[in-house]
Design a protein around this ligand. Structure first.
Ligand SMILES: [Fe+2]
Length: 187
């Protein structure tokens, strides 16, 4: 498998009538070949910023390799589009949130991902992703838009105040989130 095969399969999926479902189906197929997917993406570190993660972006599709090291936890954030993750290796806990009618973030559940797990998320969803265990959590992340160009929100992990996504502030939030005992509202 070559990285261009991943791009071809996913970009064909998002040009269908039901892009999120079609992309989800492609990820379920790729889950059966996840070693080949991991090999095709071995030229990317998947960490150190979006430029080292994103390998395809169009108005309707972004594809990234994302590697969360042990102990790394994101702040709550959304994607400005539907999203789906195929976990390639390691283990990852996802905690889900929604904005309540009063604008506050409410925890709605969580999911534990293991290698081969596929997690779809609606455009309205916000989440926290964290690596659990000693091995990095490495995933193929697919978004139904230009994820680096759309309007997105992130939330302060301590105060849960909403902010427009800003990568410098995001990193400060992520470091604070990683030091916490658990994802916000999960205790
Ligand atoms: Fe995310």
């Amino acid at each position: 498998m070559h990285v261009s095969d991943l791009v071809a399969r996913l970009s064909a999926a998002v040009r269908s009538d039901k892009p999120m479902m079609a992309a989800h189906d492609v990820l379920l197929e790729l889950a059966k070949e996840r070693d080949a997917v991991a090999n095709a993406l071995s030229y990317l570190s998947g960490r150190g910023g979006n430029a080292l993660q994103a390998f395809y972006r169009s108005p309707e599709l972004s594809i990234l390799k994302v590697s969360f090291p042990s102990g790394r936890r994101t702040p709550p954030h959304n994607h400005g589009a539907w999203a789906a993750i195929l976990l390639l290796s390691g283990a990852e806990r996802n905690t889900f949130y929604r904005r309540d009618a009063d604008g506050r973030l409410k925890r709605t559940g969580e999911a534990l991902l293991e290698p081969g797990s596929v997690l779809p998320m609606a455009a309205s969803a916000a989440h926290v992703a964290e690596c659990i265990g000693d091995e990095p959590a490495v995933g193929l992340h697919v978004y139904g838009g230009n994820v680096l160009g759309v309007e997105r929100s992130m939330w302060d992990p301590d105060t849960l105040e909403e902010h427009p996504l800003d990568w410098t502030l995001y990193e400060e939030f992520a470091q604070r989130a990683s030091r916490a005992a658990s994802a916000p509202l999960a205790g």
